[in-house]
Design a protein around this ligand. Structure first.
Ligand code: C2E
Ligand code: C2E
Ligand code: C2E
Length: 91
């Protein structure tokens, strides 16, 4: 099953993404920084991005959006439930 249901929000864990040593994430990290700059959204722990942006990134990685989602999930940079994510941070 997909880590993110179609129609649900695509949310990235920015600390996990930016700290990740994997060269596979270079383009995703650069893209996320670009979105943060355009929004002026600099202080967030997490970033919700557009479905269109996933499609653009899939082209960059020469894969499909669902395969890229799976990869992001495996690498631990996807957040499926932001409310739960913040609840666990407080523990
Ligand atoms: P824009 O696309 O002309 O959007 C203008 C404003 O409409 C955005 O200002 C935001 O307040 C709102 N908006 C547009 N689409 C959505 C949406 O799907 N959800 C939500 N919650 N709001 C939406 P904002 O956030 O200051 O962004 C300024 C500009 O930065 C946007 O202008 C767009 O050109 C770019 N941008 C921001 N975030 C993204 C993103 O995730 N992906 C892409 N491709 N561009 C983005
Ligand atoms: P949610 O989408 O589940 O997001 C939960 C919290 O994750 C947000 O709390 C915010 O702290 C963080 N978050 C999610 N996406 C981003 C992001 O792109 N940048 C940053 N800096 N933080 C992010 P918050 O802001 O109190 O919002 C609570 C709920 O209110 C959201 O739950 C969502 O359901 C709704 N909401 C907030 N802003 C928007 C918006 O622009 N558009 C829509 N449609 N709903 C919004
Ligand atoms: P969201 O704000 O809950 O928006 C959910 C979906 O509603 C968006 O999915 C998009 O299909 C539609 N939508 C919401 N606002 C607008 C709008 O102003 N114009 C148009 N044309 N469609 C809109 P999408 O694009 O996959 O975005 C997913 C999430 O990414 C959004 O959830 C929001 O949290 C974030 N996001 C996307 N674009 C922007 C943006 O420009 N600025 C900000 N601050 N957040 C954005």
């Amino acid at each position: 099953p997909l880590p993110v249901e179609p129609g649900s929000k695509l949310t990235l864990d920015l600390a996990a993404l930016y700290d990740h040593s994997s060269p596979e994430l270079t383009h995703v990290a650069r893209y996320a920084r670009g979105i943060q700059q355009r929004r002026g959204d600099y202080n967030g722990r997490i970033l919700s991005i557009r479905a269109d942006d996933l499609a653009a990134l899939a082209i960059i990685y020469d894969t499909t959006p669902s395969s890229l989602l799976e990869k992001l999930s495996e690498l631990g940079v996807l957040i499926s439930d932001p409310a739960k994510f913040f609840a666990e941070l407080k523990d």
